[in-house]
Design a protein around this ligand. Structure first.
Ligand SMILES: [Zn+2]
Length: 235
């Protein structure tokens, strides 16, 4: 392989490296900017805590209503046992007490149910917080790796770009121009192709033996007559 063809091939390798590093930097930058998980975690904790607050408030209300009724029952009970008042008043009081005691059973059940709801909400909130803490720890650990990977990808991209610039400075200007022109024109952006026997690996065309001899002999990298890629023949 001629020096000029070797240089064109090296240029392609560097361009591939720049491109690969560029893709990696873009992807890692996007991943680092992704705060969706953090927002979802904040929301989950807020909702769980709101549920706990609601349950505690409902429990407090139920307990307060029950306490009020118990105070009234005690008062009415004392009044009834004192025997003061007309028989008619006392009978009304006795009926009232009966209703209150029935209601007390329902209120006690409601207070107990509210207590269970609170306990469940508190357990849920603890679980959510533990899960979120674990998820965020994983995310942060992942981000540290991403930051490091991104830095090295940026360094690699810069290094390859420098090497490319240095290489281009030593190349035949016509070869660089042909390379850039073909690179812009080919559908896959690959401006070089290996000559395998008499076949161009870029377009899989069998080339005439006279042309193949020229590719092997000439200093300048020759374009495939079919696809235009610069051909290089392995030594
Ligand atoms: Zn070809």
């Amino acid at each position: 392989m001629s020096e000029r063809t070797r240089a064109a091939l090296a240029l392609w390798r560097l361009d591939t490296e720049v491109q690969r590093a560029e893709t990696l930097v873009t992807s890692l930058t996007a991943q680092l900017g992704d705060q969706v998980k953090v927002k979802a975690a904040d929301l989950a904790i807020r909702r769980a805590n709101e549920a706990v607050a609601r349950a505690r408030s409902a429990q407090k209300d139920a307990e307060f209503t029950l306490a009020q009724l118990e105070a009234r029952i005690k008062e009415h009970d004392t009044l009834l046992w004192s025997g003061k008042g007309s028989p008619r008043d006392l009978e009304a009081l006795r009926l009232e007490l009966e209703r209150e005691r029935t209601r007390r059973v329902a209120l006690e059940e409601a207070a107990l149910a509210a207590m269970e709801v609170t306990a469940r909400a508190e357990r849920d909130a603890s679980r959510v917080e533990a899960n979120v803490a674990r998820a965020l720890a994983e995310l942060n650990a992942g981000n540290a790796t991403r930051v490091a990977d991104r830095s090295s990808a940026i360094a690699r991209r810069a290094e390859a770009a420098d090497q490319r610039q240095a290489l281009v400075a030593t190349m035949h200007p016509g070869d660089v121009a042909a390379y850039e022109r073909i690179r812009a024109r080919t559908s896959d952006g690959v401006p070089v192709a290996e000559l395998s026997g008499a076949r161009c690996e870029g377009c899989r065309t069998e080339l005439p033996s006279g042309f193949v001899q020229r590719v092997r002999r000439e200093e300048a990298p020759l374009p495939c007559p079919s696809c235009g890629r610069l051909l290089h023949a392995p030594a």
